[in-house]
Design a protein around this ligand. Structure first.
Ligand SMILES: C[S@@+](CC[C@H](N)C(=O)[O-])C[C@H]1O[C@@H](n2cnc3c(N)ncnc32)[C@H](O)[C@@H]1O
Length: 304
């Protein structure tokens, strides 16, 4: 009886068609790599993911995927934004979350910090500013000055998460809120079967992110930085419909040997590798390797 999982079969297929050591052994997570990855894929995200410029996964609570599902994460953040609040977005990408929230909260001020920030247009809300900076260093933002910090599918790029979380804890006011939506492993990477480790390494390296870490490691980094848990929720099942859409698009290429070979030989590295993320991501998630966590933390008031 064949007990191979779909993920295992897919990893074997990739290994038979492509030299995956070239992807896995490559240093792919420097600031330069991250910038290049997002520059190359700017248009692809708009074409294949969201024409509104959102670069995160849809969270589908009902039976059918809907256009509103892309707003799940910013709507959660919106519920923590009070009148006149100062809000910092880590890794805003094309700026869509900050723009959406800035329109909903016209009396709040929004600051986005990204390695590749978007250029502001005349029609963009006036209460948004972007800084081109690595958010591991937020020294241009005063300590104890921010009400809400959030990061959607961006901290996964950092190999030193404690450094980022310490900066977040520094700039937050007491009782300020920090929300993160991101992927994490259920267990440490080294405890998985070899094909599962290969799949997770491919997914991380192909998207220029750091090697994906366990949820337990993430929560220990948050606590080390002095942040206190309010609530942690796993939403991986709710991201499956969106992951399935990407898997379906990738499958069109991955099912034909010649198509795979030509596509990977002819198109730019940072673009084609997305096909592997799309092809593996759905099954890795469905087979229970990862969480899509919503971490809500606070900077608790110091006891006197
Ligand atoms: C997948 S996109 C997510 C964009 C946005 N959060 C969204 O939900 O649409 C990740 C973004 O994080 C940014 N990023 C990654 N590491 C960063 C760092 N160390 N400092 C600043 N920005 C970073 C990337 O440039 C990219 O724009």
């Amino acid at each position: 009886m064949n007990t191979e999982s779909v993920l295992e079969k897919k990893v074997k297929r990739i290994e038979s068609l492509l030299d995956i050591s070239k992807i896995i052994d490559r240093e792919a997570n420097s600031a330069k790599d991250i910038r290049k990855y997002f520059r190359v894929n700017h248009l692809a995200y708009k074409m294949f993911h969201s024409d509104m410029g959102f670069m995160h996964f849809r969270v589908t609570k009902g039976d059918k995927i809907s256009s509103e599902d892309i707003l799940y994460q910013p709507n959660v953040i919106s519920s923590y934004i009070g009148k006149g609040a100062t809000v910092v977005e880590l890794g805003p990408g094309q700026g869509s979350n900050s723009f959406y929230l800035a329109k909903k909260h016209p009396d709040a001020s929004f600051i986005g910090v990204d390695l590749n920030p978007p250029k502001l247009k005349k029609s963009d809300p006036k209460n948004v500013k972007f800084y081109k900076h690595d958010y591991s260093d937020l020294s241009f933002i005063e300590s104890n000055s921010v009400d809400v910090v959030f990061g959607i599918e961006t901290i996964v790029y950092c190999s030193d998460k404690t450094k980022v979380f310490r900066e977040v804890a520094r700039i937050l006011k007491e009782n300020g809120i920090f929300t993160v939506h991101d992927y994490a492993l259920v267990h440490p990477l080294e405890s998985y079967a070899p094909y599962e480790q290969t799949a997770m390494k491919l997914i991380s390296k192909c998207g220029a992110s750091a090697l994906i870490e366990s949820a337990e490691a993430w929560s220990s980094y948050l606590k080390e930085a002095g942040l206190t848990e309010v609530k942690t929720t796993d939403l991986h099942k709710e991201t499956l419909p969106d992951l399935k859409q990407l898997e379906h698009k990738a499958d069109h290429i991955m099912k034909k040997d010649l198509r795979v070979k030509l596509t990977f030989a002819l198109l730019p590295y940072h673009f084609v590798n997305n096909i592997l993320i799309g092809w593996l991501g759905y099954d890795a998630c469905k087979e229970g390797l990862g969480y899509y966590n919503e971490w809500i933390y606070t900077k608790a008031k110091k006891e006197v």
